[in-house]
Ligand binder design. Structure first.
Ligand SMILES: [Zn+2]
Length: 263
């Protein structure tokens, strides 16, 4: 069954609106003194409030040519990128899962992952206010969705949290320093709760592999040797997003591999 183009377009527009909201969350969440809903949207440089027509996702950025109409300071490209990403994710989820509880749930899940990615890159933290409610929502999602059983969700939550906790603990014993943040542990617990324990081998392998490559490149450019720090949350989140869309193919290849038929 092919989703009607109309439904995909509506999803994409809805995605840009949620992306616009996520931009505010990303900007204000790490700052504990700021409310998410107040004050209204304003230029972060000159604080002048935005007219409604300057607050339309993606379109306003293009119309303003990336500059504040008041002070002419450049507007971060991050805003339209987040809006566009949510538009594509919304349409892709609608295409894959149709109009379903799974599509709605994974939309919420991917919005949380996108916020984690951007905040972790900027601040090297993964906010508990996202990962902890995210864990509970993941278990609740498994009760109403037919994509993952509640047993798989609970084992995923415990195994996801436990595996990284063990890695962090042994790293601490070996190096006497924290190699991995507690935020990563809670994030993998959240991913396990949403995608089930079956997702964990892929998510852990893909994130460690891509993280190591980027880490080596960063080590080369930052010239800080073994003390190079890169946030791990974005790699966990991206791997989880890939699994959300390609779980069937990934599990199929995993089974072939385990039975010695692939590669
Ligand atoms: Zn301005």
């Amino acid at each position: 069954m092919i989703t009607e183009p109309f439904l995909l377009i509506i999803s994409a527009i809805f995605g840009t609106m949620i992306g616009s909201f996520l931009n505010v969350v990303i900007l204000r969440l790490p700052d504990h003194n700021q409310s998410i809903v107040y004050p209204a949207s304003h230029c972060p440089q000159c604080s002048s409030p935005l007219h409604w027509y300057e607050n339309i996702p993606i379109i306003s950025y293009l119309m303003l040519r990336g500059k504040c109409s008041h002070c002419k300071m450049p507007i971060s490209l991050q805003y339209p990128i987040v809006e566009l990403t949510m538009a594509l994710l919304a349409a892709a989820l609608m295409y894959k899962f149709q109009l379903s509880i799974a599509a709605a749930g994974y939309f919420l899940f991917s919005a949380a992952l996108l916020v984690v990615i951007v905040i972790d890159i900027h601040h090297q933290i993964i906010p508990d206010v996202i990962s902890l409610p995210g864990i509970i929502l993941g278990v609740l999602f498994s009760l109403v969705s037919d994509t993952v059983t509640w047993q798989s969700s609970l084992i995923g939550l415990l195994a996801g949290g436990g595996v990284l906790y063990a890695v962090a603990y042994f790293y601490f014993l070996l190096r006497k320093a924290d190699g991995m943040g507690g935020g990563d542990i809670k994030l993998l617990a959240m991913i396990g709760a949403w995608l089930g324990w079956q997702s964990l081998p892929f998510v852990i392998f893909a994130s460690s592999f891509s993280g190591s490559i980027v880490g080596l490149i960063a080590m080369f450019y930052q010239k800080k040797g073994g003390r190079t720090r890169i946030p791990f949350g974005p790699f966990l989140s991206l791997s989880a997003l890939i699994y959300t869309f390609y779980s069937e193919k990934i599990l199929y290849l995993f089974n072939l591999y385990l039975s010695g038929q692939w590669p």
